[in-house]
Write a protein that binds this ligand. Structure first.
Ligand code: FAD
Ligand code: NAP
Length: 536
């Protein structure tokens, strides 16, 4: 039975991670009444949930933080090049306190549906707590990587030991001392946690499906002098970041890989290797578009990795041979590959010997049964569409967003969809999202949405809605851009390949963060081309 809205708001924001917190602050500052609903009991989103050992950012801390307020930028002192989950969560709590955000957030409350009232051009938002709110704008800050997945392995429920997922890690921590542990999954989360779990565990079994590329993070403490210098130069650092390909202040070489000598090439890779981190993928501008260029980078990577693994057979298993380097999200690590030199760490390829079942005592593969006391799932997320798909979103004519996206997400600019007026997504599919620093990505989106709302109000419009043509063209543009890169050459979660039955569509805009920001700015400056502005 439909329930009448108990309250009204100008905007409902779903989620209180980096995106939702800034959306609340920005829209509230613009005079809107804003309600935020967050499923977790606290702020933080990703950084509230992903508390596994070794969890850190892979964009430098000084860049992976809000840029919109110089007071915030200057007021926080990052202690390491890549901050731990704890430090990032502390930062987000500090921001929430500093900006007095909590008073408009309802915690431990999940939004279950958002239904459009076509006459009133308002959304009725319902929560699992039974609250019903009528709102003019619905802002989905639900996260690109917030719907964790655990594979459906026969017998999982019968396991008598501990089961953990990296994305739902217990707040009190887990002590693996003296335990036999299985980690399933070798993406970024597995690769960050495995070396630390190995330090504690009596025996560690790593179940690997696809070998992954990882680059040493090169993490280190930041000195007071460095921080002071960065803070003094923040304005320029951020300007460059918003114009860059990936949202960090990195200006790459413009010379293609094969146009420099073999010595210069090697020196360039070596330099990036020593600096550490994901920017190894951008050593040369054609690394992600040209297979020959990519092979060069891959060769260098392979040489480095083989040099630190003692057993050549283990190295053979750990080195990817089915996708270009960077075509899946590149990982960063501290001693990941070295961990496999320890006698108590065993690598099990589930490609060679698939997992068949789990019983009370452990995991059975086609080759053997391993007894374990704990199983850690580092098996990732239903990325980009998962969290949105869990909300029953009904637009014009009652059409469900999840039905509209049955063949892959349809958006204009990654921000909106036709048939869903005044419903915005932050870092949604069709935007650069996870291909760029997501804090700045969220800021760019929130700023665009706030400007759009101001435009509507100043010109007496009730709502904005993407046209079907604009959505179709944008989907086609994203696909075309992806085809010119190597991103489509891997079975990645960018393509939904990690979820059985999910449509195989490259879900991101891969033309670069700066280019994307220009397109969004141009659309706004043109009076919102590709949109219909609807009178009240
Ligand atoms: P989230 O932080 O995911 O927040 C979304 C929030 O919405 C969650 O709290 C969730 O509970 C809530 N929510 C969802 N659905 C509902 C609902 N129906 N009702 C109520 N609440 C709901 N990105 C980078 O750029 N650099 C990095 O270094 C980096 N490191 C990462 C490390 C890990 C371990 C992971 C998992 C991701 C990382 N990312 C990184 C991506 C990261 O998700 C983003 O950087 C950023 O934190 C996303 O913020 P967000 O607010 O968009 O989403
Ligand atoms: P992920 O990259 O999707 O990795 C999941 C791993 O689990 C993959 O190795 C996958 O194998 C494996 N897997 C999934 N289902 C399996 C099954 N049924 N059997 C065996 N193996 C299975 O997830 P993630 O590691 O959580 O990372 C997700 C994203 O979050 C990252 O790409 C990154 O964007 C972000 N992140 C960033 C950091 C950071 O360094 N800052 C840390 C963690 C996460 P396949 O590859 O074969 O699918």
């Amino acid at each position: 039975m439909d329930r009448a809205p108990a309250s009204h708001a100008d905007a409902v924001v779903v989620g209180a991670g980096f995106a939702g917190l800034y959306a609340l602050h920005k829209l509230r500052s613009q005079g809107l009444s804003v309600r935020v609903f967050e499923a977790a009991p606290e702020v933080g989103g990703t950084w509230y949930f992903n508390r596994y050992p070794g969890a850190r950012c892979d964009v430098e801390s000084v860049d992976y933080c809000y840029s919109f307020s110089d007071e915030l930028q200057q007021g926080w002192n990052w202690s390491e090049k890549y901050a731990t989950q704890t430090e990032i969560l502390d930062y987000m709590n500090w921001v929430a306190d500093t900006l007095d955000l909590r008073r408009d957030i309802t915690f431990s409350t999940r939004v279950t549906s958002a239904v459009l009232d076509e006459q009133a051009l308002r959304w009725t938002v319902t929560t699992d707590g039974g609250e019903v709110v009528s709102t003019r704008f619905a802002v989905m800050a639900t996260g690109a990587l917030s719907a964790a997945i655990t594979p459906d392995i026969p017998g999982l429920d019968s396991f008598a030991g501990q089961i953990h997922h990296t994305a739902h890690w217990p707040h009190e921590g887990v002590d693996f001392t003296g335990k036999r542990v299985a980690v399933i999954g070798t993406g970024s989360s597995g690769i960050q946690s495995i070396p630390i779990i190995a330090e504690q565990a009596r025996q560690l079994y790593v179940f690997q499906r696809t070998p992954n590329y990882s680059i040493p993070a090169g993490n280190r403490a930041l000195t007071a002098e460095e921080l002071a210098e960065i803070k003094a130069g923040y304005a320029e650092r951020r300007r460059v970041s918003f114009r860059s390909g990936g949202g960090s202040p990195y200006v790459g070489s413009t010379t293609p890989t094969m146009q420099v000598s073999a010595e210069e090439r090697r020196a360039a890779y070596e330099k990036r290797w020593q600096l550490g981190g994901v920017l190894f993928s951008k050593t040369f501008p054609d690394q992600m578009t040209d297979l020959t260029a990519n092979e060069e980078a891959k060769r260098f990577w392979e040489e480095k990795i083989r040099a630190v693994i003692d057993d050549p057979q283990v190295a053979e298993l750990l080195i990817p041979d089915d996708h270009p380097i960077g075509a899946k999200r590149i990982c960063t690590d501290s001693n990941y590959f070295e961990t496999f030199n320890s006698p108590h760490v065993e690598l099990i390829s589930v490609r060679r010997t698939p997992i068949e079942s789990i019983d009370a005592t452990g995991i059975t593969t086609t080759a053997a049964h391993v007894d374990v006391d704990a199983i850690v799932f580092a098996t990732g997320f239903d990325a980009l569409t998962g969290a949105l798909g869990k909300i029953d979103i009904a637009g014009r004519g009652g059409e469900r967003l999840r039905d509209d996206w049955a063949d892959g997400p349809r958006t204009y600019l990654g921000l909106t969809d036709d048939g869903f007026p005044n419903l915005f997504m932050i870092t949604g599919p069709g935007s650069p999202a996870v291909l760029a620093n997501m804090v700045l990505g969220a800021e760019a989106h929130v700023n665009w949405i706030a400007d759009c709302i101001r435009h509507l109000d100043e010109n007496g419009y009730a709502a904005i809605e993407a046209t079907p043509d604009a959505v179709d063209d944008w989907v086609a543009e994203c696909a075309q851009r992806a085809e010119t890169t190597l991103f489509t050459k891997a079975n990645s979660w960018y393509l939904g390949a990690n979820i059985p039955g999910k449509p195989r569509v490259f879900m991101l805009f891969c033309g670069g963060f700066g280019v994307y920001n220009d397109i969004c700015a141009e659309v706004a400056a043109s009076g919102f081309k590709g949109f219909e502005l609807l009178p009240g």
